[in-house]
Design a protein around this ligand. Structure first.
Ligand code: B16
Ligand code: MG
Length: 214
């Protein structure tokens, strides 16, 4: 199968790099401190959704109710733990497969951008050596509605000046696949709960598989 596209919009967490394991560890530390059950299956539901929406999912299993101020403090506590873990990231956390595929896509003339729900996107890209690589970045600081709303992908396409119909999105989250489809884009699933979710246009066998279909 081949897709005729002008741009590729990448999700960050779980696609370009594996910060998803750090999200898990940071949420797990908070959940354990509060005595709330949390495991990797629940963690899968947090992929692509905003920090506060993630917290609400974790608090579904809480026996206490918390005030909005307490919830803000919990979200900040998680983010501080997460950012401490991100400080250990370096260009070694960018795989050769991802790096070489991105370079080859650029050589083929594609516009390349990011569409991530994370407010830590620019910090993470800097850590892994991609701070200046993408043609545009749309992230959690640009939007008011997180995936499955299409806002972040429409924002990313607008920043690179490409019609949504000419964009392919690479996602590891079912919420991200739904967001891409709602934006009128082609949705490519890679890993996570995106894979075989039933709403994707294509399941990638690997990141480098992009070079076979674009
Ligand atoms: P932050 P993505 C998403 O990134 C994560 O998948 C999701 O787990 C996280 O809650 C969200 O970013 C917000 O992240 O707390 O750093 O602002 O997959 O859209 O790149
Ligand atoms: Mg993701």
């Amino acid at each position: 199968m081949k897709f005729e596209k002008k741009a590729v919009i990448f999700d960050l967490d779980g696609v370009i790099c594996f910060t998803d394991k750090y999200h898990y560890l940071a949420w797990k530390a908070l959940a354990d401190r509060l005595g709330i059950y949390f495991d990797e299956k629940i963690n899968d539901r947090l992929r692509g959704v905003s920090r506060m929406a993630s917290l609400e999912i974790i608090l579904e299993r809480a026996t206490e109710t918390y005030t909005p101020e307490q919830k803000e403090a919990f979200a900040e506590e998680k983010n501080n733990t997460y950012r401490d873990l991100l400080k250990n990231m370096s260009p070694a956390d960018l795989t050769d497969e991802v790096k070489n595929t991105l370079i080859e896509l650029r050589n083929r003339g594609y516009r390349l951008s990011i569409g991530s729900s994370s407010k830590n996107t620019k910090f993470i890209l800097g850590q892994i050596g991609l701070g200046d690589f993408f043609d545009a970045i749309a992230d959690g600081t640009d939007i008011t509605r997180s995936k499955p709303d299409p806002e972040v992908f429409l924002c990313s396409a607008a920043k690179i000046g490409v019609d949504p119909a000419d964009c392919a999105v690479v996602e590891d989250a079912k919420a991200g696949i739904q967001a891409a489809k709602a934006a009128g884009m082609t949705a490519l699933a890679l890993f996570g709960d995106a894979k075989d979710c039933g709403e994707e246009d294509y399941n990638l066998t690997s990141f480098a598989d992009l070079l076979n279909i674009l």
